[in-house]
Design a protein around this ligand. Structure first.
Ligand code: GLY
Length: 340
């Protein structure tokens, strides 16, 4: 696993980087983090004042091979060598893409992640998944490549809208569901302010790390992190075709609720979990009014990288008991829409 440094450990973080004796350091930013977060980074770490930067366009639509080519071209122009360091400063799209571009450039350049969104802090920053979307499929091309370090500082969260902040809470909700009744009982009542605190962020990352350490290559228990994501990703992809595209977390809270209905039918899961998730959705995501049909999401479910001809899902049988690769028939899926 990579080294995670938290706010308060700045001296250790800089010593760690200096110990690597890099020839050059370059920061990858997007249009937003260039304006809002790079000045904060330079303020926290004055030694980064003169580092070069590469600016890529922001947003999920730019998580593409064309933008990776742009990053590679800029790396060439900045004379990045195998003894350079790339610092990915941004949200999950940027850290996934920066990790992919760095790990493939000249057969691998070290990179580290400084996530600037809550979502990236609790999810993309740990676990070594890099990648881009391709052929309409999310994260279709990518690699497992651990960053040399991650630095987490909630100061960057002050640059985000409340919609973007809420977007990150859903992975924390998911981690609590996978951890224990105690964790879920606490998290289901958190205010947005609590979700943003360094202690809660640390606890959430620790849950993810515990799972990833057991199954880095995603062949077993790590797939429990996909709970809510089979339906959630399909809803997210479909929403891009509408006038009301959803953020990842907004789609995943809908996916978590929908998948619980299926779990109730297939695994006899207690409906209490779904009802509590609906309460959380109504409290934190009262403005989401997104509807979808089976026909809307089925094409995405069938092309999801986790599925071949059958639809496999990671479903919660109970809190902290996730059944990975549960086969869900189309009939079962249809039935879930009747009760939605
Ligand atoms: N976001 C799921 C994983 O890292 O496996």
């Amino acid at each position: 696993m990579n080294n995670i440094f938290y706010t308060g450990q700045e001296v250790d973080f800089i010593s760690f980087i200096e110990s690597k004796k890099y020839e050059s350091i370059c920061v990858l930013v997007d249009a937003k983090t260039n304006g809002f977060c790079l000045p904060i980074l330079k303020n926290v770490f004055p030694s980064f004042e003169n580092v070069s930067s590469i600016v890529m366009p922001d947003g999920e639509v730019n998580k593409s091979i064309e933008i990776v080519q742009l990053i590679w071209s800029e790396m060439l122009a900045n004379s990045i060598s195998r003894n350079s360091l790339i610092i990915n400063l941004g949200g999950g799209v940027l850290t996934d893409m920066g990790g992919f571009a760095a790990s493939t450039f000249k057969r691998g350049v070290d990179f580290l992640n400084i996530p600037t969104t809550l979502l990236a802090m609790v999810d993309a920053s740990a676990g070594g998944k890099t990648g881009i979307n391709f052929g309409g499929v999310k994260n279709c091309i990518g690699s497992f490549q651990t960053s040399i370090a991650t630095y987490i500082n909630p100061i960057f969260l002050n640059t985000l809208s409340s919609r973007q902040l809420l977007n990150g809470t859903v992975e924390m909700i998911k981690h609590a569901l996978l951890k224990s009744d105690v964790a879920w009982d606490a998290v289901k009542n958190y205010s947005l302010h609590e979700f943003m605190s360094i202690d809660k962020i640390k606890q959430s990352i620790a849950i993810k790390q515990f799972i990833v350490e057991q199954d880095f290559n995603d062949n077993g228990i790590r797939q429990s992190l996909n709970v809510g994501h089979t339906i959630g990703h399909a809803i997210e992809s479909y929403s891009y075709q509408t006038n009301t595209p959803l953020l990842h977390g907004e789609a995943i809270i809908l996916g978590l609720i929908h998948e619980q209905l299926i779990a109730e039918s297939i695994l006899n899961t207690d409906s209490k979990i779904r009802k509590e998730l609906i309460d959380v959705k109504e409290r934190l995501f009262a403005n989401i009014n997104f509807t979808y049909t089976l026909n809307n999401i089925l094409p995405y479910l069938l092309q999801d990288k986790k599925n071949s001809s059958t639809i496999n899902m990671s479903l919660l049988a109970s809190i902290a008991n996730c059944k990975i690769q549960t086969v869900v028939s189309i009939d079962e899926l249809k039935k879930s829409f009747i009760n939605l």
